[in-house]
Write a new protein. Structure first.
Length: 104
C-alpha cells in the first residue's frame, strides 16, 4: 500500500501485480514464439503503462509495449501480436470472469 494511503510502499500494489501478471504472460508467450521460430538475437522485453479510471475506481486501460529480438521480419509481427493476445491473462481480462465473493 502506498505511504499516502497509510502503507509503507514496500512492494507492488494489487493493481500493479495485475499489470505485472499480464506483462509476464505476454512476455512468456512471445519469447516462446521467438525461440520456436529461431528469433534468438536478444530477449523479449515488455513495458506496461496503467491508466486508472474512477466511478468505479478501476484500471481503465493498460498499454503494453513489447520489444522484440533483432531480425524479426515485419511480416511476422502480426503473428506475434496474435500470440501475445492469446496469453491466458489477456484473455481473462477481455472475457471478464464471474467472481463470487463470500463473506464468512
Amino acid at each position: 500500500m502506498s505511504e499516502k494511503d497509510g502503507g509503507q510502499d514496500a512492494g507492488p500494489s494489487p493493481v500493479e501485480l495485475l499489470a505485472g501478471l499480464l506483462g509476464a504472460c505476454i512476455g512468456m508467450m512471445v519469447q516462446t514464439y521467438c525461440n520456436r521460430h529461431g528469433y534468438t538475437d536478444g530477449d523479449v522485453g515488455v513495458s506496461l503503462t496503467l491508466e486508472l479510471a474512477d466511478a468505479p475506481k478501476r484500471v481503465g486501460g493498460i498499454v503494453v509495449d513489447v520489444e522484440l529480438p533483432e531480425g524479426i521480419p515485419e511480416d511476422r509481427k502480426e503473428a506475434i501480436r496474435r500470440m501475445a493476445e492469446r496469453c491466458p491473462v489477456h484473455e481473462t481480462l477481455r472475457n471478464v470472469p464471474r467472481i463470487d465473493i463470500d463473506i464468512l
